[in-house]
Design a protein around this ligand. Structure first.
Ligand SMILES: NCc1[nH]cc(CCC(=O)O)c1CC(=O)O
Ligand SMILES: [Zn+2]
Ligand SMILES: [Zn+2]
Length: 347
């Protein structure tokens, strides 16, 4: 008879006890689980009122005309869509150096704000604030005539006039009914300029400010620029968006924007920047952290699934849950319509 020898009892070696049941596995998220109200759905609004245009580089997404918006959103709102972020796509409007079309009363996002606040009074309306969709040069600010000291084919931005112009546009959106404005230009001083603009207009208590604080000069914005027609006509955005290796400057940007009056901090893109999401959640613990799974990230997940590399739903969950785990509680996602279904299904 072999003698049984009890192994050394190491209580910390046992993990399976905590994951053998689906509910136990959910508990392992420590309360940080996805819910429908965490999602913001990005929507492209065309100035062609009857548009319903497929965007080939952004599978499943379309540019919507005003006449099509209500019909498109109604079923999603019924399924629990709580919030959208609007991007204006002026296909026919004239573009100039200061982006005058951005806050023209006829501009698609202002029209959409009027329409959506009537059609869906409960839906939270955020508007992306930027000039690049509306400027003739396609850059996010107002350009200086001075050459760029670093590179002849790069723009030099006039910082103060840009921040003022962006604030003007943000206030126009707030006046038109935006519940939240989200500047994506990355110019210095624009959070303070917008907050002061809202205060002077008497709208600061009625419009939140979500700062794209840590927005990196990423290769993942390509499909968006197709969708919005906002690619720069020369140079690139490396002079004003953060360098991808710049964790410290991102931390400074987050702290700066928190001090300048941001209500929410956003990190963008999301998946390659989970460390920055985690930094944001710690550096500004009293401001909820948002992140944007941008067009190229979305297209990557979809493309891999189409190639049979993984299951689409599984990878959409895994990528999105990684953002929540890192510290995000608000997620801008092109997968929002699917999540409204998926979150109702059994896992
Ligand atoms: N400033 C405009 C803007 N706002 C959001 C995105 C990207 C969103 C996405 O890729 O889904 C961009 C593009 C850019 O900075 O070039
Ligand atoms: Zn821009
Ligand atoms: Zn430069």
């Amino acid at each position: 008879m072999s003698e049984f020898k009890a192994p050394q009892l190491d209580v910390s070696s046992i993990l399976h006890g905590g994951i053998h049941h689906p509910t136990l596995r959910e508990w392992q998220a420590n309360g940080r689980t996805l819910t429908k109200s965490m999602f913001i759905y990005p929507i492209f609004i065309s100035d062609d009122p009857d548009a319903e245009e497929v965007i080939s580089s952004l599978p499943g997404q379309k540019r919507w005309g005003l006449n099509k918006l209500e019909g498109f959103l109604a079923p999603l709102v019924k399924k629990g869509l709580k919030s959208v972020i609007l991007f204006g796509v002026p296909m026919k409007m004239e573009k100039d150096a200061r982006g005058s079309a951005a806050d023209d009363p006829s501009t698609p996002v202002i029209q959409a704000l009027h329409l959506l606040s009537k059609a869906f009074p409960q839906l939270m309306l955020t508007v992306d604030v930027c000039l690049c969709e509306y400027t003739s040069h396609g850059h996010c600010g107002i350009l200086s005539s001075l050459p760029n000291p670093g590179h002849s084919n790069q723009p030099t931005i006039e910082m103060e006039p840009s921040a003022q112009r962006i604030a003007e546009v943000a206030v126009a959106y707030a006046k038109a009914g935006a519940h939240c404005v989200a500047p994506s230009d990355m110019m210095d001083g624009r959070i303070r300029a917008i907050k002061l603009g809202l205060m002077h207009a008497g709208l600061a208590n009625r419009c939140a400010l979500m700062s794209y604080s840590a927005k990196f000069a990423s290769g993942l914005y390509g499909p968006f620029r197709d969708a919005a027609g906002s690619a720069p006509s020369f140079g690139n955005r490396k002079c004003y968006q953060l360098p991808p290796q710049g964790r410290s400057i991102a931390r400074r940007a987050i702290q700066r924007d928190a001090n300048e009056g941001a209500d929410f901090i956003m990190v963008k893109p999301a998946l390659p920047y989970l460390d920055i999401i985690s930094d944001a959640a710690r550096l500004a613990p009293d401001l909820p952290t948002a992140c944007y799974q941008v067009s190229g990230e979305y297209a990557m997940v979809v493309a891999g699934a189409e190639k049979g590399i993984y299951d689409l739903k599984e990878m959409a969950f895994e990528t999105t849950e990684s953002m929540v785990r890192a510290g995000a509680s608000i997620i801008l996602s092109y997968f929002t319509p699917q999540f409204l279904d998926w979150l109702d299904e059994e896992k």
